[in-house]
Ligand binder design. Structure first.
Ligand code: F7E
Length: 314
């Protein structure tokens, strides 16, 4: 099936015309990803525009990655987090439901829906127990996506993604914050790294591999939910230690606790069981923590050598 439609990244982001036709080469570089519609960013309240674009474009596949995705920030802005991440998803599902030609729909869900789970590792049946406003919003959106599949027959799937990282990760997320700081400190461009809890454990994988799984989900005969994860968890301290070791430094000499980065509640013991995706989609995460750290640190060293930091940042 050749998809018809737009190759759009950041379609509904306001005041950002430069984003409109940019396809991310790392994430969407494969020829198969052309001519599919990707919705990014937060402005999912513009229902009229989204409906018009979907009606005109008639895409075969709709990848919904939009939302307010920062867990720590969601404690400060719970209402807008729910507007975009929860209600935005419902609005999209409603638009899709009414279209004469319905695209296959993929909602990017999150391991944050599990919060503090009893089960280790978590799979598609693990009860949701979110502990952040973002996790609550994602639990709502995940359940709605299931409901539209089961009640209205929409080809709607949830990719329940554990942390997926790359050199393109925003610097407010812990992996990129660490790799960029390790690079900057090793080059004499930064003094200290200020962080929150080092004890939290996460299942970190390499983002382009997760995008491949998302694509596989919409090529499958039947819609379903899939946990996308490596199956191995590490602590924030493990990541920190590996990143600083990669530039020949000991993290203990460059790190400070900063209560500003502590969260009111912390998801814990998050590690995914990707067995269902492996069996049904033939998908498996290939990059381990060491490989991920190397890719990210090397990229940041290279980037900061070309364009040094002007000021000491945190
Ligand atoms: C799957 C899930 O993945 C991401 O959510 P996240 O896991 O919260 O990611 P993060 O990189 O913000 O935090 C990871 C851990 O690191 C701890 N931590 C310590 N010190 C700092 C710190 O200084 N900054 C940050 N950001 N975190 C810190 C923090 O407390 C947490 O335990 C999003 O993509 C989300 O959209 C999503 O769906």
């Amino acid at each position: 099936m050749l998809a018809k439609g737009y190759t759009v990244h950041g379609l509904v982001r306001r005041n950002s015309s430069t984003q409109r036709t940019r396809l991310d080469p790392l994430f969407f570089g494969k020829p198969e990803y052309k001519d599919r519609l990707f919705l990014h960013y937060a402005d999912l309240d513009d229902v009229t525009t989204i409906r018009r674009v979907l009606t005109k474009a008639e895409p075969d596949e709709l990848y919904h990655l939009a939302g307010q995705s920062h867990v720590g920030a969601s404690f400060e802005i719970p209402e807008s987090t729910c507007q975009f991440t929860a209600m935005g998803t419902l609005r999209l599902l409603e638009i899709v439901r009414d279209l004469a030609k319905q695209p296959r729909f993929l909602h990017i869900s999150s391991s944050e829906i599990f919060g503090r789970p009893d089960a280790q590792p978590q799979n598609e049946q693990t009860p949701m127990r979110p502990v952040s406003p973002y996790g609550v919003a994602k639990a709502f959106a995940t359940n709605m996506t299931r409901l539209y599949r089961e009640s209205f027959g929409t080809f709607a799937c949830n990719a329940i993604c554990y942390n997926h990282e790359s050199p393109r990760r925003g610097e407010s997320f812990v992996t990129r914050k660490i790799t960029r700081a390790a690079a900057a400190i090793s080059l004499g461009q930064q003094d200290k790294l200020k962080m929150g809890s080092l004890d939290a454990r996460r299942d970190w994988g390499y983002a382009p591999e997760y995008v491949d799984a998302m694509w596989r989900m919409l090529q499958h005969d039947t819609p379903d939910d899939y946990v996308l994860a490596t199956g191995t968890a590490h602590s924030v301290q493990d990541f920190l230690s590996a990143a600083f070791a990669a530039v020949g430094l000991n993290w203990k000499n460059h790190y400070e606790v900063d209560p500003r980065f502590m969260r009111p509640a912390e998801a814990s013991r998050l590690v995914g069981d990707p067995g269902h995706a492996q069996r049904q989609l033939g998908w498996k995460a290939e990059t381990d923590l060491a490989g991920l750290v190397t890719k990210m640190v090397n990229h940041d060293v290279e980037q900061l050598q070309l364009k040094p930091l002007q000021t000491i940042s945190q």
